[in-house]
Design a protein around this ligand. Structure first.
Ligand code: SF4
Ligand code: SF4
Length: 135
């Protein structure tokens, strides 16, 4: 079983395509929607985790690309600037996926991009703009 977390960016003409339905039904993939910002009048963005057999994942990703939807790894869209972080911990209780976590021994905050679901909850909480979401 292989797993990928990706960000899909939809041109407005593809926003209403039932992409997740086809990934599940036609490509035998499991799809977990992590976050979605879709406005029918504008570009849409969907953060999903897709899992399945490698060959099915590759076919599913080719299907998405064939629709004109941009697909990129989630980690490319989030950046934690550790030099800006003062380890104030304001973000830690807000982070739903524990991507931002506190080591209670060192009292240092760290960031794991593989856990981040791009929900954006930490952005307003951080006084130093240490977390950036690049879309
Ligand atoms: S955007 Fe911030 S709060 Fe949301 S999962 Fe990522 S690190 Fe946590
Ligand atoms: S809120 Fe910002 S400065 Fe404070 S611990 Fe989180 S990332 Fe670091």
């Amino acid at each position: 079983m292989n797993k990928k977390r990706v960000v899909l960016t939809f041109p407005k003409e593809t926003v209403e395509q039932p992409i997740t339905y086809h990934l599940i039904k036609d490509y035998d993939l499991m799809v977990n929607i992590l976050s979605a910002k879709i406005n029918p009048d504008e570009e849409g963005r969907l953060v999903i985790e897709i899992s399945g057999q490698r060959k099915d994942l590759d076919k599913g990703i080719d299907y998405i690309k064939g629709l004109g939807v941009t697909i990129q790894p989630l980690a490319q869209d989030v950046n934690w600037n550790k030099d800006r972080c003062t380890h104030c911990t304001a973000c830690v209780p807000l982070c739903p996926s524990a991507a931002l976590s506190l080591d209670r021994v060192t009292m240092k905050v760290s960031f794991d991009s593989d856990r981040c679901i791009l929900c954006g909850l930490c952005l307003k909480a951080c006084p130093y703009q240490a977390v950036e979401i690049l879309f």
